[in-house]
Design a protein around this ligand. Structure first.
Ligand code: ADP
Length: 652
């Protein structure tokens, strides 16, 4: 009853429903009248015999006989009328002169016709005996069969239409992503700003958003504009998602995460529908942080006629996002946080006030932050506490928090694979090597001859001793295990992330790069192709020192980099190369003096490497010995990437 009442109420509320019902009734009534009229007209053209057959065919059909009986009756002149059923080849209804009614099915009849069958004989008899032969419209099916067929005819298209409808509905739902977005709606995240290490400026900015989300009314009262969009810009793995989650966690808000590609859909227009559905979901779950990762996927608007349909769909998607954001009420309490690594790909319109007007930059972690990250992630696994996180931080210049999390995870995985009870410092160092050199210990290891191993050991020991004794940096680890492209590696770190490199530090680095080759020369009396990468990098550094860093005696304060191309003649080029070569030769001389003086250490270290393959920690320190640093006169700045490139030497 209540359902009926509801229905009536709805009908009353919606005036279009009675109109639709009346129109439908009119159509049905008109159709029925037309059918009746058509039957009447068609019957008026039929003979009385035909009409008699069609009126109640069941009387004939109920009495089935065989064909020979019919032919016999025809021969005996007993047949009064014969009717052939239209549309049912071979079905014959007949009436005898004595009034008996029967039917037969002539075998051999097909839809093409009945030529050559017993029907030919009946036709001949009709002509000879003079009984009527008519065509009639009868339906031989029983009533239940008829009903079944009718139902089948109505239901099967309905089933097809329903299946298609359901399929389309499911597809549209997938495309518009209502379900997809809903499934990305996580519980209120438990993450806090303190869970993200570093990025203090970003946290301070997001704290302002948190203050609004926690108490929007106090802002609205004063007429302050609500923050609507935050754009997080930074390289992958620097914690954009983490901070967006932390914002939700701190503001006790729901969190919905999608990425730019989520909006791109197969069907034109479905992307826009997805935007609408997503913002609706966010509003319904307010307070809510709606996180759009890789927003540059949709954020670049094409101009003019460039691009095709896909581009215009993108424009529609961005426009819809902006319209949704413009439509935020102050009390909606939904903040959209978008993340990108390609700030330049973000459309200007998205950066206007009231949209993504708060820009928050995230950077790679500093040295102390990396140490804290190692502490954090090693604290989450079962570690034996042997890892020196300060040293690990020094070795991982330029890596992101995600890289560090990944390194610790890899270390824990390999510890598990080896059946170790705890994650040790060695597991972590090996994971760092894998990350930095891009590979596990390579198969090349099995191909190395003993002679090559000896050469590698002296080469790496040479790098380490020169690096250490010239004060080029801290030697963290030396290995002759081939990994990725490298056959052996000496890890050197600076112990600081000072962006300035002093002249003597660079001179020391130059010597350190040549140390491997010089050790080979000193001990084995020959050099190998393995030093080619060292020479290349040392040459680059020497040319840079002479040409741009102001360490040249010929050019003084003149930077070759600043000289216009047309003035850069062959004599200038020759002067740069000459002076760079002098620098290299000086570095070589330093190596020779030092290596001869430290020959005993060189031999001990090479032997230790041949036995253990890896040297690190106290053992390595002991072998290197104590040295003091030399004071330095000049200062120059070089880029961070270059600093990273200098962080370790590898032998290819
Ligand atoms: P992005 O979104 O910038 O690509 P994510 O936030 O997805 O980076 O970071 C990936 C993973 O790296 C996080 O799940 C987390 O484990 C770790 N991570 C990133 N930034 C930090 C951070 N500042 N402090 C601690 N862990 C971090």
């Amino acid at each position: 009853m209540t359902v009926l009442k509801k229905l009536i109420k709805r009908v009353r509320a919606n005036s279009r429903v009675p109109v639709a019902v009346l129109s439908l009734l009119f159509v049905v009534a008109g159709f029925a009248l037309l059918t009746q009229e058509a039957t009447r007209e068609s019957n008026s053209r039929k003979s009385p015999e035909m009409l008699e057959f069609e009126k109640s065919p069941d009387t004939w059909l109920a009495n089935q006989r065989n064909v020979s009986e019919l032919i016999k009756a025809a021969d005996a002149g007993q047949v009064a009328t014969v009717a052939l059923a239209n549309g049912h080849p071979g079905l014959v209804l007949y009436t005898l002169r004595n009034g008996a009614k029967a039917s037969v099915t002539v075998p051999g009849c097909t839809v093409i016709g009945c030529a050559g069958t017993a029907l030919d004989k009946i036709a001949e008899r009709s002509a000879a005996q003079g009984f009527a032969l008519v065509g009639v419209d009868v339906d031989p099916r029983t009533r239940s069969q008829h009903l079944l067929d009718l139902l089948g005819a109505i239901v099967s298209p309905l089933i097809i239409i329903a299946t298609m409808g359901i399929g389309f509905f499911v597809l549209m739902r997938l495309q518009t992503g209502v379900g997809g977005a809903a499934s990305t709606l996580s519980e209120r995240p438990g993450i806090k700003f303190d869970d993200a290490i570093g990025n203090d400026e970003a946290k301070a900015a997001l704290n302002r958003v948190k203050a609004f989300m926690s108490d929007p009314s106090s802002y609205v009262k004063l007429g302050a504009a609500a923050p609507r969009g935050v754009l997080l810009v930074g390289p992958p793995g620097t914690g954009k998602t983490l901070l967006a989650k932390a914002l939700a966690g701190e503001s006790k808000a729901n969190f919905i995460a999608v990425d730019g590609s989520y909006f791109t859909a197969t069907y034109y227009g479905a992307g826009v529908a997805k935007v609408k559905a997503l913002f609706k979901l966010a509003r319904n779950n307010a307070p809510c942080v709606l996180f759009i990762d890789e927003v540059d996927g949709i954020g670049k608007r094409s101009r003019g006629n460039e691009g095709g349909g896909a581009e215009s769909e993108m424009n529609r998607i961005i426009n819809r996002v902006l319209v949704e954001m413009d439509g935020f009420e102050a009390m909606d309490n939904v903040v959209v946080v978008a993340a990108t690594n390609h700030e330049n790909n973000i459309d200007e319109a998205m950066r206007r006030p009231g949209r993504f007007d708060m820009l928050v930059r995230l950077g790679k972690p500093t040295l102390p932050e990396r140490a804290r990250l190692f502490d954090l992630y090693l604290g989450k696994v079962t570690a034996d506490g042997s890892a020196d996180t300060a040293a690990l931080a020094r070795m991982t210049t330029g890596l992101t928090p995600a890289d560090i999390a990944n390194i610790v995870n890899k270390a824990a995985s390999s510890a598990a694979e080896q059946g170790a009870a705890k994650v040790t410092s060695d597991h972590v160092l090996r994971a760092i090597e894998t990350q930095l050199l891009g590979g596990e210990i390579s198969r090349v290891k099995d191909l190395l001859t003993e002679g090559t191993r000896v050469r590698l050991a002296y080469h790496e020991a040479g790098h380490a001793i020169i690096g250490h004794w010239t004060g080029a940096g801290l030697v963290e680890r030396v290995t002759i295990e081939p990994r990725g492209q490298a056959l052996g590696v000496t890890y050197m770190t600076r112990g600081t992330e000072d962006p300035l490199y002093k002249q003597n530090e660079l001179v020391s680095r130059l010597a350190m790069m040549l140390g491997g080759r010089e050790a080979e020369l000193l001990v084995l009396d020959s050099v190998s192709s393995g030093a080619s990468d060292d020479l290349k990098r040392a040459s680059e550094l020497a040319i840079e020192m002479v040409g741009s860093l102001g360490f040249s005696e010929t050019f003084g304060l003149l930077s070759v980099g600043g000289i216009p191309k047309e003035l850069l003649g062959p004599d200038i080029q020759a002067a740069v190369l000459r002076e760079a070569r002098v620098l290299l030769e000086q570095a070589q001389a330093t190596c020779r003096t030092l290596l001869s003086a430290q020959r005993a250490r060189l031999d001990t270290m090479a032997q230790a490497l041949l036995t253990c393959e890896v040297l690190q920690g106290a053992e390595l320190k002991e072998m290197l010995g104590e040295v003091g640093r030399v004071p330095v006169p000049h200062v120059a700045a070089i880029g961070r990437d270059q600093a990273l490139a200098l962080a370790f030497t590898r032998r290819v």
